[in-house]
Design a protein around this ligand. Sequence first.
Ligand SMILES: Cc1cc2nc3c(=O)[nH]c(=O)nc-3n(C[C@H](O)[C@H](O)[C@H](O)COP(=O)(O)O)c2cc1C
Ligand SMILES: C=C(O[C@@H]1CC(C(=O)O)=C[C@@H](OP(=O)(O)O)[C@H]1O)C(=O)O
Length: 392
Amino acid sequence: MRYTTAGESHGPEEIAIIEGIPAGLHITSEDVNQELARRQHAYGRGGRQLIEFDTVTFMSGVRHQMTIGSPITLNVHNDDHNNWTAIMAPDEPATPENTLRKVLRPRPGHADLIGGMKYRHQDDLRNVLERSSARETVMRVAVGAVAKKLLRELGIDVHGFVLSVGPVKGDAQVLTQYKSLAEVREVTEGFATRALDAQTDVQMQKLIDETKQNRDTVGGMVQVLATGVPAGLGSYVSADTKLDAKIARAIVGINAFKAVDFGEAFDHVQLFGSQVMDEILWNEEQGFYRASDNMGGFEGGMTTGEMIVVRGVVKPIPTLYQPMRSVDIDTHTEHRASIERSDTTAVTAAAVIAEHMVAIELAKAILDKFDTDNLERLQEQLAAYRTEIKNF
Ligand SMILES: Cc1cc2nc3c(=O)[nH]c(=O)nc-3n(C[C@H](O)[C@H](O)[C@H](O)COP(=O)(O)O)c2cc1C
Ligand SMILES: C=C(O[C@@H]1CC(C(=O)O)=C[C@@H](OP(=O)(O)O)[C@H]1O)C(=O)O
């Protein structure tokens, strides 16, 4: 399975093409739209989300709610494009009127300056920000929604949520308190966060409100869990076959993500090996299993069969309504950075995006390992593999 996305933030459409999804997967636009809504309706987002009502159209690869094995094209319309037609116009030459919204004062922390240098966008850094914008993540969630649907047919469930916003931490007991992902989902879904108690929700919202009032931004930490993953996806044999490495790349590839760990590894630096390794146990019913899951479901770049536990650190949003120092790329004089309409925090949306990136990587790993033409055959092969692993 592979995919690509295209589209500018204020262009007419966001597009994705996925290849390699087996034939016979039941999928509807509603399956995808539900996930797109989770990405959108998150606390702390800016005015753009009041304009967009993200819904997907299948342009190819799906007939009568079934994948047919050919490339799947997904489209999401940018409703805001109506306000940007002149500025984005691909077929019009640049004029003083249609370049009124030029960006010349790069925002620290965004892709503006380096993107401009690299692509020689001396005239207008908007050429950079249109694509570097996290608007594109709408398509990663759309692709991930297809991946999640496939994974569900294979008994694999993935869920992402917020652990903390700035200094406000959610209750850190999810893994030990809740055994099934359905339970975790139930308790984390309200604020699209790890809102285990309403108190945490309120504190997070309060912090976001205060941050907005201060014309500042805030980041946080998210977590993704995946259950039902068979042991032995990915491989130890070469660096580029390690599945944990692929997931790390996929997470840091999301705008504003700066760090990833597995099994809460950031916290393990203070511990000893005897406190961290997951002891190996065996019983008739399960075969091999572990006494704990401190490795977050990975050993040697391969899934262990335990729950996958990934965390990601999301930096604060770069655009500030009280901008920091920058330099005008035209005059080279000091100015405050440009202000673009912006979010106060994207942590809640980021959790949903991270969930979908993990789903994409898991789907890819499964489709790399087994026959991908037809879902039923894939299910048969995976079932046989699970039996083989259990009987080891
Ligand atoms: C869902 C989401 C929404 C975002 N919204 C904004 C925003 O409104 N304004 C902004 O300056 N950055 C926003 N960002 C972050 C920038 O896209 C990101 O910082 C920028 O592309 C530079 O990339 P980097 O932070 O990965 O280095 C958002 C990120 C995500 C994941
Ligand atoms: C459009 C989305 O996020 C955008 C991501 C983003 C950025 O710089 O990353 C900047 C903002 O764009 P705008 O200035 O058009 O409001 C966000 O709204 C979205 O997530 O759908």
